[in-house]
Design a protein around this ligand. Structure first.
Ligand code: SAH
Length: 358
């Protein structure tokens, strides 16, 4: 719970709920908790509770996210939710239904301070951290929507707006709740970072073996300093050491995200440098290639798909694992890097791709 803000429904821990239900029989806590986290219900719909208690909980513990818009793409298989938070800032959550899984992409901050030029969230700048309740509620509300289509959410990726490692306390408290109370396996939860080393180190010492994804995008410091400015503070070699430690302690796959930018990071030399970094984390580093999605503030286009596949083939030839990530929700600005929640993004001056060429 953050100071100064009224607690919302999914802010409270089970113990805090226990205090709230102090004057009720003890089994009520189990009923409320199962209602909120297993049935994903509003208190009004938890029918085994007395009416007066339902009304009290509804009144005392409002939801945190006000739905502003719901956009649907991919024939209903991708749904983007635009929420307004207390204080007026806006965030987005994306639900993606696949034949074998249902994934929720959650935001950890309103905006982002990391300033990656090719990312719409980075272009918009930072507004504030999300509370634990605001993160958990994104999962609950998206899971309710999935339930309407007869689907159960199986995977969570912290790949929405914001830098999870910059808000790790709340991200971790939310992860714990998503795992322990909503019931998702830690192996199906992925935390993605721009490469904040102290965050990776802290995550390594936390109990659950969640997946770690690192937004690498460049395999040498010169190019990465340009694309991902935080690299100046946490350069590639140190980042790789932190990933290797994570891998060793958790025995979970570490993956690298690589947004393919035409003429910038998609050349043969990039594949070679990247493969070399992957070897350092062998046998487990895995590269996710994402053709760059268009954003208002970044002029360079994504690598054409044919060359994305050639890059993947080259990586595999060099002994690195790589897949091309299927793109979802481009037409509703729900794809990687496009989440801006309607905020104005800064237009960077036109930078030629050659600026990054060695
Ligand atoms: N801040 C975290 C979480 C965001 S995850 C992180 O950086 O990992 C969103 C992913 O989409 C990141 O890998 C990000 O680098 C990538 N991305 C950002 N803008 C993109 C774009 N325009 N096209 C494709 N991927 C993009």
């Amino acid at each position: 719970m953050s100071a100064g803000r009224t607690a919302t429904r999914y802010d409270l821990t089970r113990d805090e709920f226990g205090v709230l239900l102090d004057d009720e029989p003890r089994y009520r806590l189990d009923q409320v908790w199962a209602g909120l986290y297993e049935q994903l219900a509003d208190p009004a719909d938890i029918t085994n509770l007395p009416k007066a208690l339902r009304a009290r909980l509804d009144g005392e513990l409002p939801l945190a996210l006000d739905l502003v818009a719901e956009s649907v793409s991919d024939k209903g298989d991708t749904v983007k939710f635009l929420w307004e938070l207390d204080g007026g800032s806006r965030i987005e959550t994306v639900l993606m239904l696949y034949p074998d899984r249902a994934t929720v992409c959650v935001s950890s901050q309103a905006g982002c301070a990391m300033a990656c030029g090719f990312c719409a969230t980075g272009q918009a700048g930072f507004t504030r951290h999300l509370t634990t309740g605001e993160i958990v509620e994104q999962v609950v509300r998206a899971a309710r929507s999935a339930k309407k289509s007869g689907r159960r959410v199986s995977n969570i990726v912290f790949m929405g707006m914001g830098e999870p490692m910059a808000n790790l306390d709340c991200v971790w408290a939310a992860t714990d709740r998503i795992h322990g109370d909503i019931g998702l396996s830690a192996r199906h939860i992925t935390i993605s970072t721009v490469g904040i080393i102290p965050g990776i180190q802290a995550l390594k010492d936390l109990p659950l073996p969640v997946n770690l994804a690192v937004s690498l995008h460049a395999a040498n410091d010169k190019l990465r300093n340009e694309l991902v400015p935080i690299n100046k503070r946490y350069p590639i070699n140190d980042l790789l050491d932190a990933c290797a430690e994570y891998l060793e302690v958790k025995n979970r796959r570490v993956s690298f995200e690589w947004a393919m930018i035409d003429g910038v990071n998609d050349r043969g030399s990039d594949a070679e440098e990247l493969a070399e970094l992957c070897w350092k984390l062998r046998p487990s580093a895995h590269v996710n290639l994402i053709p760059l999605n268009s954003t208002p503030g970044y002029p360079t286009r994504g690598t054409p798909l044919k060359r994305v596949h050639e890059f993947r083939d080259r990586l595999e030839e060099l002994g690195a694992n790589a897949t091309v990530r299927r793109n979802r929700g481009n037409d509703i600005d729900a794809a990687c890097g496009q989440l801006a929640a309607g905020q104005t993004v800064k237009l960077t001056t036109k930078r030629a791709a050659t600026e990054w060429s060695p």
